[in-house]
Structure formats: structure tokens, C-alpha cells
Design a protein around this ligand. Structure first.
Ligand code: SF4
Length: 769
């Protein structure tokens, strides 16, 4: 194996530069890659990808995508926030004046104390955000500080995984349902269901493992409303599915399997609960079983492929073929992506997919896959602890998506609104400290509503934003705190969802202008609050990286080198190769009595007594069902708004990050993707400016006509920075002007892909058409 140099000679054109290997400032892209950062005279000149020799499945290269490699444009961007600033206009007008760090620290400390004393610490909130997302930077730094001075309102779940993380345990009792990815090489069939790792990643190298599985003979099918890059590059077949109908399609597949005798009856008998009348839980003996639902014994509607065809837009013959393939080509993986669950009843598609895996006997075997969120066996994978936060004196938490509700009516919110840890919040949110987050305006449902809420200074009395750029959220700040990038401070990363890696993110260049690290900003505020020694414990950013690595060495990676050794080697990372991939539920499969699942029954709960006891069968049924969404092509709303809109991930951005990088936008222009069958009757031709609107807002973008998006669906890449014109029409293509703030019934999750809208050729700027 050729050795690679720790400090190689720079390539032509980079004479005098030196190489630093570093983790990508990944920002919750779904990956963790190694970057080769070429630096000269304190400036990042070029970024290359991992070149480690070997590249075996046990330890593949962590190859960067275009976003990571384009990071130098963001790093050296002319629009970096340079100084602390305070607002001088109305909130949202983005009029600011420069202040000193001394004044910024003092203002921040004074407002934390005054709001805490007036309304209590539950009125202080650090929202969900992943703009700086390694283990020692980002919002954790603010949370640690607030915990030292009374605490703050917490949150649970996320904008990415709310439904899948809540629904998976209703079936399996745990979110650790995934085999290690090396095991995909044992699969004979892989269904990539609503999953697009080639664009959104979901684990660096997921596409590498799919490709390896194909080389070994696996058939790969991609189910998605779009013919994604994953469908093109990784799959043998693309089958379009109408958005929001996945549970109907899965139910029809179950119908075929049941009526054709293709289910694994032996496994169902020994390992599952609630499949049919013979195995219903105590207290629900006469309730509707899964088989009852599928065969239509109670509602009179057998869930046949013919029933599902007009719902899912998939031909019945294709549904039947897919069902037979999944039931008979063993072992098989049905990988559930996250787009299908950011929808009105996202919980149902998750549960339905898990049940298909169970009734085909694909749980607990090499090459199989249980479904659900699939945190990696055996222990949940590498999503480790972060900076130690201390204890939050405030026990109350809200679902992450309900922050705007807590601004409007927090004082009355309780468990019915998803509040945990308290019977009532007792206060509205009055101070928001947004660290590395563009959630408040850009990424939340219904941007226009969020902007109205935040512009009202009688509600949120103080809004501090800590970021690299003047994002749409930053424009609403009262106090702007310029954070440095992850290349300008020390950090350390885990391997995200998969990957047994520790990736170093060393400080490579000095912070630009007067920017500071999230940690240094918090330390400065801590000093004003009189808790600086307790906050820092005498450590700087590198000191916390060292602390974290010592911790990981004790708890997970005994062979990992020290920080000094890792830095000296310039390898950028430590890897523990995976030679014998773990299989989730292997013990349970072998002996369900000795190794029961952490469900109430110890079995796979196809029927959930816990959900049954909620007594909300129309929205939270005990067995997974297809439920028509609250905005749907089949509802009355379709008369005015006949098109479904999806806000998919795209290679130009990580959520809203990179939207100000022209080089990426040139490669992947922000456009509406529309099927010609929808364009023709509207007189729309390729490249036209098209207005898309519904009752919540409107945007105008150029259109790309393509048969790679199914008829009836508009695809608009999510994350564009909200840029309204004088008439309020967004001109950059932020799909959240169309999305809703409504949450899902069980997970309290965001349903931002459930959108109906209308489209027409646009007229002049500022006009309705
Ligand atoms: S996949 Fe994520 S971590 Fe990897 S290079 Fe791209 S943005 Fe960075």
C-alpha cells in the first residue's frame, strides 16, 4: 500500500501553500468528510478530497461533495459579518450600527438577566439550529452558559427526523434499528424509498456502499416523486410515487404479500404482535388487526393494488411486482428516507415501512433491514456526547417545531401541545438567542407568518443572532454577534449517523475581522455574568477538543491517539474499521424470549397498544394506515391549489448554508422543476419565470421543464434565502413561503412537504402574475 505524505508538496499553482487535513464544517448535511485544505499566508486557497490509500468497505475514503470542496468561497466571502452590531431600525429592516464586543457582551448579559428576572428562565430559548455543528461549537456553547445562570426552555426532536424518531420506537421500542452499512453488501435487493444520499448524503459513503452492493449483484430500486441523482446514478429502476401516499403503497404491497402467501408466517408468529386476530394484545383483543385493515374487514376497503393505484399514481401491476420482489428476493433492505416523514401523517409511512420489513422476515438478518430511523447497531452509532452542558434548571421542553407557538401562547402550552417536563410552560418565549441557526425565518414553516411574529416587539422582547452572515434570520436581530467559521477555531466531529470516526477540525486560519468562535463569544458573556471560571473551567477551544478526545478514548476508542499525536500526523482523523458489521436485532431474531425488544410486549408491535390507548384512531391509529393529508390532491383545496410542492435537498446548499455562494448556484441554479404535462395547459415553456402561490405566500423563479419530476408535483429545492419584493413575493425561491406551521399529530413534527399550490407564468416583478 503506498504511503501518503503527512505534508505533501503542493500542486502546481499552489506553490508555498501547506496542507491541513480537517473535517468538513458539515453543518448537518448528513455526512462527515475529510477535507484537504491548502493554506498560504493565512488564506484558504483550495480544498481537495480525502486521498487515503486503500478505500476498502471496512474503511472507505471520506470523499467530500461539492459543498465541502466549495467551502473556500464561503470562507473568503466578502459578506462575512465583521463586527458586533445592534439594531437601529424596526425589527426586520436590517438596519444596524457597529458596536464594540464590550458593549455586545454587556447588552447580552443584561438582557438575559432582565428577561429571566421578569418572566423566569423558561422564557429564554436557544432554537434548533445546525449551522455550526461539530461537538464543541454551535448552539451547545450558549446552552452551557445559560445552564449556569438559571437555564432556558429546552426542546426535543428535530426538523429532520421528528416523525421517524418518534414512530420507530412504537414498532421496535428503540431507534437503534440499523445494521452497519458494510452489511448492505449482503443484500440482494435495496429499495431506496424516498431516499437520496447522492444529493443529501445521509452518511458519507452511503452511495459508495450501495454501489458496492450492486457490484455484488443487488438490485436497487428508487421510489421518489423525483428522478433524483440517486435514482440516476445508483438505481436499476426509478418508480415515481405521489408525495404523501407512501403508506397507501406499502399497504397495497402488504395486501399482495398476504393474499399470495408471501409473508413470513413463522417469523410473524414468533416475533410480532398485532398482525392478525390471533395475536392481539391484552385489552385490545377484538380491535382491528393489521391484517383486518389490509384486507378491509372492518372498513370494507381491501387495500388492493387497484385501490392504491389512483392514490399513489403507481400502476397496480407495478405495485404487485414490487411487493413480490420485496417479499421473495431475500435478504432485502427497505431504506426509509426522511422526506416521506416530513409530512402531514409522516408517522404512518415510517410505521408501515417497519411493518413490511417485519412481515417479510427481513429483521435481524445479515443483508436485511428493519427500517425506521436506523441508528446504527449495536449501540446507536457515533452520535456522541457534545460539549458538557451541565444541568438545565428548567425541566420543560417543547417540540423543536413549536417554538412559534411558544412565542404566541407559551403560557398556556402543556402536554397537549407536546410540552414535556412540566404541566404548563407558564410563560411565552421572550428572549431568543439564535446561534448558528436560520430556523426562525428561513427554515420554519410559513415564512411570512414567522416574520410577522418576530417583527412584533411586544412578543419576543430581545432577539440575538450569532452567525457568519446576514441571513434572513439575522436581519431580524436586535443584537448581531459575528461568529467565526469552523476553519477559524478548534473543533472535533463524530461520524454522524454512521462511521466509526473521530475527525479533527483544527484551527487553520485566524478569525476574519472581529469575529469570534461561538465558545469565545459565550465566554465573554459569561465574564459579564460572573460565571466565566465555571463556564470555561480554564479551557480554550483546543482544550475542550482535548477533553472530548480523552473522553472518547476512555469510553469508545481506546486506541485513538492523543490530540497532539493526531495533530502532528496531519491525518485529520482516527478510524476504527468495521470488518464484521453489526446486525440490528440479531439476538432478538435468534431468541426473542431471551432477548426481547424494549417494547411493552417485547415483540415487534405491528399493533401498538400505546397508540391505541391515546384514543385518536383517525390521526394516530394503532396499526399503520394511509390517511389522506390535510392538504392533498384529493381534498377540496385542490380546486384552487392543484399542485403538490416538495422542497427537496439539493447539492447547491446544506439547508440554507451556501445560498450566498455564487459558484454553487451557478452549478445548481435555483429553479422550479415541473413536468411538461403540467406546464403545457398553463402555457409555460422551459425557462419562463413562474409564479407559485397558495394562501400563505408566493414565489417567482425560472422553471425547468423535465419529466424527471412526476406530473402534479413541483420540486423547489429548499433552503434559498427568503428575499421578498415590495409585494411580498419571494424572489429567490424560498419554498417555506408556501409551507405550513401545522405539526404532525403524534411526533409534533414539521410537515413541511405537505403543500398544495398553484402555478402560472409570471408577469412583471411586483405584479400578482
Ligand atoms: S457531504 Fe457534508 S461533510 Fe461531506 S463534503 Fe459535503 S458538506 Fe462536507
Amino acid at each position: 500500500m503506498p504511503e501518503r505524505s503527512a505534508f505533501p508538496t503542493p500542486p502546481a499553482g499552489l506553490e508555498g501553500a501547506h496542507l491541513v487535513r480537517s473535517g468538513c464544517p458539515a453543518h448537518n448535511c448528513g455526512g462527515r468528510c475529510l477535507l484537504h485544505v491548502w493554506v498560504r499566508d493565512g488564506k484558504i486557497l483550495r480544498i481537495d478530497a480525502d486521498d487515503r490509500p486503500g478505500d476498502e468497505p471496512s474503511d472507505p475514503q471520506l470523499r467530500a461533495c461539492i459543498r465541502g470542496r466549495a467551502y473556500r468561497y464561503r470562507q473568503n466571502h466578502k459578506d462575512r459579518l465583521r463586527y458586533p452590531m445592534k439594531r437601529i431600525g424596526k425589527r426586520g429592516e436590517a438596519k444596524f450600527t457597529r458596536i464594540s464586543w464590550e458593549e455586545a457582551f454587556g447588552t447580552m448579559a443584561e438582557r438575559i438577566v432582565s428577561v429571566r428576572d421578569a418572566y423566569g428562565p423558561t422564557s429564554i430559548f436557544v432554537p434548533y439550529g445546525t449551522g455550526s455543528y461539530n461537538l464543541t461549537n454551535g448552539r451547545w456553547t450558549a446552552e452551557r452558559l445559560l445552564n449556569l445562570v438559571g437555564g432556558s426552555l429546552g426542546y426535543y426532536n428535530s426538523y429532520s427526523w421528528a416523525c421517524i424518531s418518534a414512530a420507530t420506537p412504537t414498532v421496535f421500542g428503540t431507534n437503534i434499528t440499523g445494521n452497519q452499512r458494510q452489511d448492505w453488501l449482503n443484500a440482494k435487493l435495496i429499495l431506496m424509498w424516498s431516499w437520496n444520499p447522492a444529493e443529501m448524503r445521509d452518511g458519507t459513503n452511503s452511495e459508495y456502499f450501495i454501489r458496492k452492493a450492486r457490484e455484488r449483484g443487488a438490485r436497487v430500486v428508487c421510489l421518489d416523486p423525483r428522478m433524483t441523482m440517486s435514482a440516476v446514478a445508483l438505481a436499476d429502476e426509478w418508480i415515481p410515487v405521489r408525495p404523501g401516499t407512501d403508506a397507501a403503497l406499502m399497504s397495497a404491497m402488504a395486501y399482495v404479500m398476504i393474499t399470495e402467501g408471501l409473508v413470513d408466517r413463522a417469523f410473524i408468529r414468533s416475533h410480532c404482535l398485532g398482525f392478525d386476530a390471533s395475536q392481539m394484545p391484552a385489552g385490545a383483543e377484538s380491535e382491528e388487526s393489521y391484517e383486518d385493515y389490509i384486507l378491509g374487514r372492518r372498513d370494507g376497503i381491501p387495500k388492493t393494488p387497484g385501490w392504491a393505484e389512483p392514490i399513489s399514481a403507481m400502476p397496480r401491476a407495478t405495485i404487485a411486482r414490487l411487493a413480490r420482489e420485496y417479499a421473495t428476493i431475500k435478504p432485502a433492505v427497505l431504506y426509509q428516507g426522511y422526506g416521506m416523514q416530513r409530512r402531514a401523517y409522516g408517522e404512518q409511512a415510517v410505521r408501515a415501512g417497519c411493518v413490511l420489513a417485519a412481515i417479510t422476515g427481513n429483521v435481524g438478518i445479515p443483508g436485511g433491514w428493519a427500517g425506521g430511523i436506523a441508528l446504527q447497531a449495536p449501540d446507536g452509532g457515533p452520535r456522541w456526547e457534545i460539549l458538557p452542558l451541565g444541568e438545565n434548571p428548567v425541566t420543560a421542553k417543547i417540540p423543536s417545531f413549536l417554538w412559534s407557538e411558544a412565542v404566541l401562547r407559551g403560557r398556556d402550552m402543556g402536554p397537549a401541545d407536546g410540552v414535556v417536563g412540566a404541566d404548563r410552560l407558564g410563560t411565552d418565549i421572550k428572549l431568543i438567542w439564535s446561534v448558528a441557526s436560520n430556523i426562525l425565518i428561513n427554515q420554519h414553516g410559513n415564512v411570512n407568518r414567522s416574520a410577522r411574529i418576530l417583527a412584533d416587539e411586544s412578543r419576543v422582547e430581545f432577539l440575538a443572532v450569532q452567525d457568519n452572515f446576514m441571513t434572513p434570520t439575522a436581519r431580524f436581530a436586535d443584537l448581531l454577534l459575528p461568529a467565526c467559521t469552523q476553519f477559524e477555531t478548534w473543533g472535533v466531529q463524530d461520524g454522524w449517523k454512521y462511521g466509526e470516526e473521530v475527525i479533527l477540525a483544527p484551527k487553520i486560519v485566524e478569525p476574519a475581522f472581529e469575529s469570534k468562535s461561538d465558545y469565545a463569544i459565550c465566554a465573554g458573556i459569561a465574564a459579564k455574568l460572573g460565571v466565566e471560571p465555571a463556564y470555561t473551567e480554564g479551557r480554550d477551544e483546543r482544550g475542550w477538543v482535548e477533553w472530548a478526545m480523552d473522553h472518547y478514548r476512555k469510553t469508545r476508542f481506546p486506541d485513538m491517539p492523543t490530540l497532539d499525536e493526531l495533530e502532528a500526523s496531519n491525518s485529520g482523523m482516527y478510524v476504527r474499521p468495521v470488518t464484521e458489521p453489526a446486525v440490528a436485532f440479531a439476538d432478538f431474531r435468534r431468541d426473542p424470549q431471551a432477548h426481547p425488544l424494549p417494547t411493552p410486549s417485547g415483540k415487534i408491535e405491528i399493533f401498538s397498544k400505546r397508540l391505541f390507548d391515546l384514543k385518536r384512531p383517525d390521526e394516530i391509529p394503532a396499526v399503520p394506515k394511509y390517511i389522506r393529508e390535510w392538504e392533498s390532491p384529493f381534498g377540496p383545496e385542490a380546486a384552487a391549489f392543484p399542485l403538490q410542492v416538495i422542497g427537496h435537498h439539493a447539492l447547491s446548499r446544506v439547508h440554507s448554508i451556501h445560498d450566498n455562494v455564487p459558484e454553487l448556484l451557478e452549478a445548481f441554479p435555483q429553479r422550479i422543476f415541473m413536468n411538461p404535462l403540467d406546464a403545457d395547459p398553463r402555457g409555460i415553456t422551459d425557462g419562463d419565470p413562474v409564479r407559485v402561490w397558495n394562501d400563505r405566500g408566493a414565489l417567482i423563479l425560472p422553471v425547468r421543464l423535465t419529466s424527471r419530476v412526476m406530473p402534479g408535483v413541483l420540486a423547489i429545492p429548499q433552503g434559498a434565502w427568503w428575499t421578498p419584493d415590495r409585494a411580498g413575493t419571494d424572489r429567490r425561491g424560498n419554498v417555506n413561503v408556501l409551507t405550513s406551521e401545522r405539526w404532525t399529530p403524534y411526533a409534533f413534527g414539521n410537515a413541511q412537504h405537505t403543500i398544495m399550490a398553484q402555478a402560472a407564468k409570471a408577469g412583471k416583478p411586483g405584479r400578482r402574475r
